[in-house]
Design a protein. Structure first.
Length: 355
C-alpha cells in the first residue's frame, strides 16, 4: 500500500469543512452584481467589522483584490513601493503595469519588513517632471517569501504615518493576515489600523474554497466595485461561496495556532538534517524555507525524490524549499514526514562542502 501523502506545498490545498459545505448548501442567495445577495452582504459586513474598516468587497482572489486596490489608489504613470520579494512583484503577472500603467519600485526589507526611513527616501520629488509620482506603499503581512514573517502594529503604523505625510496611500496584502494576528495575539483590526485598504484571503489557512475580501473606506469600496466589474469579477449568486467565507472568519482563525506549532516542530526537525539550513528566527507562522545548498543537491531534485516517499513540498529555486502547514497537517504528520525525509538524508555532505 502506498504511503499516505503529506502535502506541505501550500495552505491553498485545504478543503472546506463539513460546516462550510452545509452553509453553502443552505445559503440564501441573490444577484450580487445588483447588491442583492444577502449572504455576500453579510460576509462583507463581517469582514469590514473584523478589519475596523467602513466597508468590504468579496472578490474571487487575492491577486484581484490587490490589483483593484492599486487601480483605485494609483493614477496612470505613477509608482508603488513594495518589498522586493512581495507577491505583488513576483506573482501577479506584472498586473500593475499591464492593467494600470503603474510602475513598481522595490525596497529591500529585513525578513520582509522595510522601514519608514526607506519609504521617506524612496518617495519621488513631485516637482520633477522626469519621475513618476509615488502613489502607494504596499505591505505584505505575513510575508510569504520571508518565511511567513509578521509586521507588528507598530511597524505598520510607523510606515503608514510617513507614507501619509508624503501623500501616499497604504495597502496591506494580508493574504495570511489572520495568521499574523494569531501569532501576535492581537485583533486583526489592530494590524491594519491607520492604513487605507487591506485584503485577506479566505481560501488559505481559513480553509474556505474560494475568495478574498478587500476592505477600506466606503468611497474606496464604491470605486472598487466598478474596478472589480472591469476585471470580470462581478459574480451572481455568490452567496454559495460567501457562506463558506463566513464560517472561515468566525470559526477557523483560532486553530491557526496549531499550524504555527506544527511548523515550528517541522523546522526544528529539518534544522538537524546535515546540509540543511533553517532561519529559526524567521519561524513565526505557518511557512518555512529551508536552504538545502549545503547538501550538494538541487532543491528541485530533492522535492522530486521526496514525492516518491509521499511528502510534497515546493522548490522555490535551486537551493530553497518551501513547507507550509495547514489544517490537514497534524503533529503526527510532521513526525512521519521527518521520519521519511530523514531516511533519505542527502548523501556526500562532506564532499559537497569541499567544493
Amino acid at each position: 500500500m502506498a504511503a499516505r501523502v503529506i502535502d506541505f506545498r501550500s495552505d491553498t490545498i485545504t478543503q472546506p469543512t463539513d460546516e462550510m459545505r452545509d452553509a453553502m448548501h443552505d445559503a440564501a442567495v441573490g444577484d450580487d452584481v445588483y447588491g442583492e445577495d444577502p449572504t455576500v452582504n453579510e460576509l462583507q459586513e463581517l469582514a469590514a467589522k473584523k478589519t475596523g474598516m467602513e466597508a468590504a468587497l468579496f472578490v474571487p482572489s487575492g491577486t484581484m483584490a490587490n490589483e483593484i486596490a492599486i487601480g483605485v489608489h494609483c493614477p496612470r504613470s505613477s509608482e508603488i513601493l513594495v518589498e522586493k520579494e512581495s507577491h505583488i512583484v513576483l506573482y501577479e503577472t506584472a498586473g500593475p503595469a499591464t492593467l494600470w500603467g503603474v510602475q513598481i519600485r522595490t525596497l529591500e526589507g529585513q525578513r520582509g519588513v522595510f522601514t519608514p526611513r526607506q519609504v521617506a527616501e524612496a518617495v519621488r520629488d513631485v516637482g520633477d517632471v522626469h519621475e513618476p509620482r509615488t502613489a502607494m506603499v504596499g505591505i505584505e503581512n505575513t510575508h510569504n517569501l520571508a518565511g511567513g514573517t509578521v509586521w507588528t502594529p507598530a511597524q505598520t503604523g510607523a510606515v503608514a504615518k510617513v507614507a501619509h505625510e508624503g501623500g501616499l496611500k497604504v495597502h496591506v496584502d494580508g493574504a495570511r493576515l489572520f495568521n499574523s494576528a494569531v501569532a501576535q495575539d492581537v485583533p486583526v483590526a489592530r494590524l491594519v489600523q491607520g492604513v487605507d485598504s487591506v485584503m485577506f484571503a479566505l481560501s488559505k489557512g481559513l480553509s474556505a474554497p474560494v475568495g478574498s475580501v478587500l476592505c477600506g473606506p466606503r468611497d474606496f469600496i464604491q470605486e472598487a466595485v466598478r474596478v472589480r466589474k472591469l476585471l470580470g469579477g462581478g459574480m451572481r449568486q455568490a452567496g454559495i461561496l460567501a457562506a463558506a467565507g463566513i464560517v472561515a472568519i468566525t470559526k477557523m482563525a483560532d486553530r491557526l495556532k496549531d499550524d504555527h506549532a506544527n511548523l515550528r516542530r517541522l523546522a526544528e526537525g529539518l534544522a538537524k538534517v546535515p546540509g540543511f539550513r533553517v532561519d529559526t528566527e524567521a519561524v513565526q507562522t505557518n511557512i518555512l524555507f529551508v536552504d538545502v545548498s549545503g547538501s550538494g543537491r538541487n532543491a528541485k531534485d530533492l522535492v522530486a525524490a521526496w514525492e516518491k516517499s509521499g511528502v510534497r513540498a515546493s522548490a522555490l529555486d535551486a537551493r530553497r524549499i518551501r513547507f507550509v502547514t495547514h489544517r490537514h497537517i497534524t503533529k503526527e504528520d510532521v513526525d512521519e514526514a521527518l521520519n521519511r525525509l530523514g531516511a533519505a538524508k542527502p548523501a556526500n555532505v562532506a564532499t559537497a562542502r569541499r567544493r
